[in-house]
Design a protein around this ligand. Structure first.
Ligand code: FMN
Length: 367
């Protein structure tokens, strides 16, 4: 069974139509593969985010009490309890429904925000709204971000995209970019021509902000500049150094296969999270920078914030904790908050905003 309504399309090249009618079981099967394989450390570019090359300057005499530290953050016009984000992973259907409820409820308890995974299977699906309503009952206040891939939005009408966002009462739309993954995935959809124009169209027509994120390969300065000119409200760098989607897709294929060989050649492809944040910082304009890709503890969050990030996102480590149950997830989220607060205290900053604005707090380690 497939759900895509033909009226959702602007135009329908043959190849796009074919992939769009992918069966639900194919889509769900791939999502389950992704969950399993992303947990394997070999599919992560461990230690390559660039965070190890920087340190924050220790302040021995902060004019602060630890209890005064607040994680409150202003982002996209909202007053948020924390800068933390559960990065986009799974949408609320099939085998992932339970996981998404667990994540949404944890975010509700702790004042985090949450991105959902690709909603492409929901296009034109009248059931989607009902399924999200269940999640919303348990987590009515969480700011949730909708998610679609670039190769889908290129061919979709703004109206059909708006429906997908409204189904989950989304705060904004996240569009993900994943060139390497689409090529390595045998059933991938590497159709990116016209992508920037499609992003610009949605940024103009949707009633909510548009955020563009990578999926572990980061951003160059010029791409960020083009996206800012196209009107995006935030860029989530999702840089190299964490889950690597070339490796994950390679791992879904048999030993010695073309996909696996390709993945191996490109296993170190991408712009590191730190370099992507520096690239974003060098671009002028009215947009937020979000830091993600290989963030594994709260000190990484502090470093990303010191480099200019307003929001900090975690995918794999949150998934791992969630799969161990509600308690493990809460403990992990609690530790991240404590680690970020500790970094704030020890740099003499009372909020993430102070850290972002302090000059001289980032020091480069000599190689
Ligand atoms: C199981 C899993 C599924 C994912 N699915 C999506 C997705 O549907 N859409 C998206 O934008 N990113 C997706 N991602 C990518 C993450 O949002 C993130 O950008 C990337 O994994 C790097 O972060 P990490 O190193 O903290 O895992 C997924 C990540 C994981 C672990």
């Amino acid at each position: 069974m497939s759900f895509l309504s033909t009226s959702a399309f602007l135009e329908r090249p043959e190849n796009v139509l074919k992939e769009s009618y992918e069966s639900v079981s194919q889509f769900e099967g791939r999502k389950q593969d992704h969950i399993k394989l992303s947990l394997d450390d070999r599919n992560e570019a461990l230690g390559l985010t660039g965070f190890e090359s920087i340190q924050l300057t220790h302040e021995a005499l902060p004019n602060l009490n630890f209890e005064e530290i607040s994680l409150k953050t202003k982002s996209l016009g909202s007053n948020c309890q924390t800068p933390f984000l559960v990065s986009s992973m799974t949408a609320g259907h099939g085998g992932s429904a339970h996981l998404n409820s667990l994540l949404a409820e944890a975010c509700e308890r702790r004042g985090w925000r949450m991105g959902v995974g690709s909603q492409r299977r929901e296009l034109g699906d009248p059931q989607a709204q009902k399924e999200w309503a269940q999640v919303r009952k348990k987590a009515p206040n969480v700011e949730i971000f909708a998610n679609l891939g670039l190769s889908q939005i290129i061919y979709l009408t703004p109206e059909s995209v708006q429906e997908v966002i409204e189904a989950l009462q989304g705060k904004a739309l996240i569009i993900h970019l994943n060139t390497l993954q689409e090529v390595v995935q045998p059933e991938g959809t590497p159709y990116f021509r016209g992508g920037l124009q499609a992003i610009e169209r949605l940024a103009k027509k949707l009633s909510c902000p548009v955020i563009v994120k990578e999926t572990g390969c980061g951003f160059s300065t010029s791409t960020i500049r083009h996206l800012v000119e196209a009107g995006v409200a935030a860029i989530d760098v999702s840089g190299f150094g964490g889950t690597h989607w070339g490796r994950v897709e390679g791992d879904r294929n048999p030993e010695g296969s073309r996909s696996q060989k390709l993945a191996k050649t490109f296993s170190h492809w991408g712009i590191s999270t730190v370099q992507s944040l520096l690239n974003a910082r060098s671009v002028p304009g009215d947009f937020e920078v979000w830091g993600s890709g290989g963030l594994r503890n709260g000190l990484h969050a502090a470093k990303a914030i010191a480099l200019g990030a307003t929001v900090v996102g975690y995918a794999k480590p949150v998934l791992k904790a969630a799969l161990a149950g509600e308690r493990a997830l809460d403990e992990f989220m609690d530790l991240l908050e404590l680690e970020l607060k500790t970094a704030l205290f020890c740099t003499g900053c009372s909020t993430p905003g102070d850290l972002r604005e302090s000059e001289e707090v980032v020091k480069w380690r000599s190689q």
